[in-house]
Design a protein around this ligand. Sequence first.
Ligand code: TYC
Length: 101
Amino acid sequence: MSDIAIKPRTKVKTKTLRPRLHKVILVNDDYTPREFVVMVLKAEFRMNQEQAYRVMMTAHKRGVCVVAVYAQDIAETKATRATEAGRSKGYPLLFTTEPEE
Ligand code: TYC
């Protein structure tokens, strides 16, 4: 038997994987009043009147609008809270989330 010790030449590479950000998406519907959508956007996403109005009108015209991007858990919590705000008034207002490319 050989007594030659072979040193493995391995290098440890540390790679930090940043978690993917998630988009919160506002979905249009025919029933939720515009002012209510604006109010929810201001309350949950800390937007001012002009920003909230622009996002609401974009969803109204195009069907959907990206509201903001956050870490996954924050995006999901905000989307759920905002959707529940509409649900509590009987509106079908919907916020969804999806991972950013
Ligand atoms: N389309 C709604 C209306 O005309 C307003 C609205 C805008 C609702 C955006 C939802 O995501 C929405 N009353």
